[in-house]
Design a protein around this ligand. Structure first.
Ligand SMILES: Cc1cc2nc3c(=O)[nH]c(=O)nc-3n(C[C@H](O)[C@H](O)[C@H](O)COP(=O)(O)OP(=O)(O)OC[C@H]3O[C@@H](n4cnc5c(N)ncnc54)[C@H](O)[C@@H]3O)c2cc1C
Length: 466
């Protein structure tokens, strides 16, 4: 008799993990606390309940990274994608679902699976020692008793209860005719780099217009149950700083000191926005200290008024939410196991990904890793050129840890994938010169095709080994 793998949490990630384990031929016990205990956001007792929007976002696998992730997951036999496809409702190029039908399908398929046992119970502490292979997928609203046990096991600063997300920009969309690279006072970082930051200069008029736009811009509200979670230490939203005084930002994240603009060396900038490299690939930069609750449309509009960011493409926009997530780059190995206690594997939003699809994707991989380990034939993650591989590489190591608490949740995006080895096409099939937008789309398409080919190879290797 093969001992079961235990999966804690029957949300997007846990349901997918349980399915992958069972389909690999390994018994699985899925522990879900609802309906006995619920979270502030869940309303039903169904597995894989969608707590807010009913959209899985774009289904365009050629030009959108989440569409690519859909395609990869379908090829891996994903339960979440199968149930989503069967529950689809009209939504243009997006994949949106009938939320009740979707959750009912996931629940029914798992209940009917001969190797899946579902236990409706809360796990209130670290699992008993005789559970030697566990996937913890309890999500952004992990119950307090389990969160406290994880916190005690991982240590202070390793588990966050709020995210404070600053926007992230694709490096190749920054205009270096206006911006420049330099660290404050040319100070060398640990890697010996004295030009680690990207700087965007504002004159007085631009700064004042910018501050006014922050004050006037529409903000997202906190939910009732979010207001009692403290977040104000060290991560004030920029609009709250702006409310405290017109000059506050100039003495905070936008201070212009220790920097010389090589494009105008004789002129001192009135304020400077700094961006710091966010991933090891060097394709993404985050706006330092720019966590915000401005609505997404307003963020794009206001941040593009910053000189050097006028054409910025955002890999992620800012936000602040109640969330439970690990400092995964420090704590987890490439198999998503807690380095300090490898019998415990994590999956879903708690690993620091963001979104229904990304959470399910990490569940899919955790399930496959756990099953392979139980069968005595551990597997590697998919190659980094795939969306699945890029996501897990980012969570478990690709993110540059620029300081305590700098790891923040992330949606999948092309900036996580290694760039193409050659420059993307400059002309279309008809010989016409492509516009910058068309070139961007052509590049994404090539990255998607590269990803699907690499995933095909990885899946073929798995089949050959089985
Ligand atoms: C309010 C809110 C709105 C969101 N809106 C969106 C959105 O619109 N679109 C989007 O893409 N993403 C959204 N997200 C982000 C995220 O993608 C979802 O939260 C997603 O459901 C995460 O998947 P998961 O499997 O990690 O966690 P969940 O889907 O939350 O699943 C975790 C499961 O674990 C159970 N559980 C928790 N603790 C225990 C325990 N101790 N024992 C047993 N079971 C336990 C919970 O009941 C739950 O069923 C939202 C998040 C929140 C909090």
């Amino acid at each position: 008799m093969t001992e079961p793998v235990h999966v804690i949490g029957g949300g997007l990630a846990g349901s997918e993990a349980a399915w992958q384990i069972a389909e690999a031929g390994v018994p699985v016990v899925l522990h879900e606390m609802r309906p006995h205990r619920t979270t502030p956001a869940h309303q039903t007792e169904g597995l894989a309940e969608l707590v807010c929007s009913n959209s899985f976002r774009s289904d365009d696998f050629e030009h959108n990274a989440v569409g690519l992730l859909h395609a990869e997951m379908r090829r891996c036999g994903s339960l979440i994608m199968a149930a989503a496809d069967e529950s689809q409702v009209p939504a243009g190029g997006a994949l949106a679902v009938d939320r009740e039908g979707f959750s009912a399908r996931v629940t029914a398929r798992l209940e009917a699976h001969p190797r899946v046992a579902i236990r409706r119970e809360e796990i209130t502490g670290l699992p008993p020692q005789d559970w030697d292979n566990v996937v913890i997928a309890t999500g952004p609203l992990t119950s307090p008793a389990l969160s406290e046990a994880i916190l005690a096991r991982t240590g202070e600063g390793a588990l966050a209860f709020f995210d404070a997300i600053a926007p992230i920009v694709h490096a190749d969309s920054i205009d270096f005719d206006l911006a420049w690279r330099q660290s404050r006072y040319d100070k060398e970082g640990p890697g010996g780099d004295a030009a680690a930051y990207v700087n965007c200069p504002l004159d007085q008029a631009q700064y004042e217009t910018f501050v006014q736009a922050l004050l006037d811009g529409p903000k997202a509200e906190f939910k009732d149950w979010e207001t009692d979670t403290p977040y104000f230490d060290g991560c004030l939203p920029i609009e709250v700083m702006a409310e405290r005084g017109r000059e506050t930002l100039r003495y905070g994240p936008m201070k212009p000191v220790g920097l010389t603009n090589p494009h105008r060396p004789g002129e001192k900038p009135y304020a400077v926005v700094q961006l710091r490299q966010d991933n090891a690939l060097g394709t993404l930069f985050n706006m330092v200290g720019f966590q915000t609750k401005l609505k997404h449309g307003a963020q794009t509009e206001i941040f593009r008024t910053i000189p050097g960011l006028q054409n910025a493409q955002f890999a992620r926009l800012g936000g602040l939410h109640r969330n439970t997530f690990l400092n995964s780059p420090r704590l987890l190995d490439r198999q998503l196991r807690l380095k300090a206690e490898p019998r415990l594997r994590f999956a879903g939003q708690i690993t620091g990904v963001e979104g229904y699809v990304e959470s399910a994707a990490v569940g899919l991989l955790a399930g496959r890793f756990a099953a392979a380990e139980r069968l005595g034939a551990p597997i590697e993650a998919p190659p980094e050129v795939t969306a699945l591989g890029a996501l897990i590489a980012h969570v478990t190591g690709g993110h540059l840890d620029g300081g305590k608490g700098s790891f923040q949740p992330m949606n999948v995006n092309y900036g996580l994938l290694p760039p193409l080895s050659a420059e993307g096409p400059k002309r279309g099939e008809d010989g016409r010169r492509l516009t910058p937008t068309e070139r961007g789309r052509a590049k994404k398409r090539l990255m998607s095709l590269r990803a699907l080919e690499a995933l095909g190879g990885w899946l073929a290797d798995r089949r050959a080994a089985a």
